[in-house]
Design a protein around this ligand. Sequence first.
Ligand code: TYD
Length: 132
Amino acid sequence: MHQLVNLDLLSDLRGDLLSLEQLKNVPFDIKRVYCLTKLHADHPRGFHAHRQLQQLVICLSGRCRFVLDDGHQKQEVWLESACQGLLLGHSVWREMYDFSEDCVLLVLASDYYDEADYIRDYQEFLAATEIR
Ligand code: TYD
């Protein structure tokens, strides 16, 4: 349903450097990059799936909890290190909770923003997973 990808940080006394390269440590063509910042523990996000989109989510700072659901089973994943990227394929219902105050999420996406690619209704998502 999801995969944690190990990312090499170039770390020295000056700090950490994270390099992300299309079709190298990111397994798809990158068409969009966005960031989630100023997140709140009491304001969960997500609550949708995508029809086609692939994403790699990296927690650059702080921590948060993902609940992932493929329509058959649920998994919980904590993201709390820039050394790990959470690879989300299409057709995964995702919910994000428990953001720390310093949480910064970087998201790489395989396509441009397109609201038509979203499934925001959970019953519709379950019906779509049964059809496949
Ligand atoms: P959404 O993907 O639902 O956010 P999250 O999963 O983090 O809760 O997006 C929130 C709003 O922002 C929604 O109205 C769509 C818009 N949006 C864009 O315009 N462009 C983007 O690249 C993204 C990711 C969202």
